[in-house]
Design a protein around this ligand. Sequence first.
Ligand SMILES: [Zn+2]
Length: 120
Amino acid sequence: MENKNSGNRSWSIQNGIPGFDVSKLPRCTATAKSTGKKCRRAAKKGRNFCGIHAGLYRPGQKKGTQATLKHGYYTHQALQERREARAAMNSLNAVLETINRDLQSTKNLQTQGLFKYEHL
Ligand SMILES: [Zn+2]
């Protein structure tokens, strides 16, 4: 895009009070592949490149949005919940196993007539 006034982009505020010369601001020195010309966007502070050529802007999805969510089966939260549920079930199974073992031994005692359980 050619600008008639390019090269003379200084401006003034009011009543001829001079502003700063925009053409003297640091510009991006990267060369665009498509045009073969310099990028010429405003460079980032203390750099020779604009945000695009410094790699600051990334295309694609923002993380944490709901846009690509289909069922949520593999979201962080769902995975964590299943992990916790599995751990709880494992510990419960461990407790049940010890109870079963105890019951087994008390049943053995029952057959020996030492204990009598009504509601088991
Ligand atoms: Zn650039």
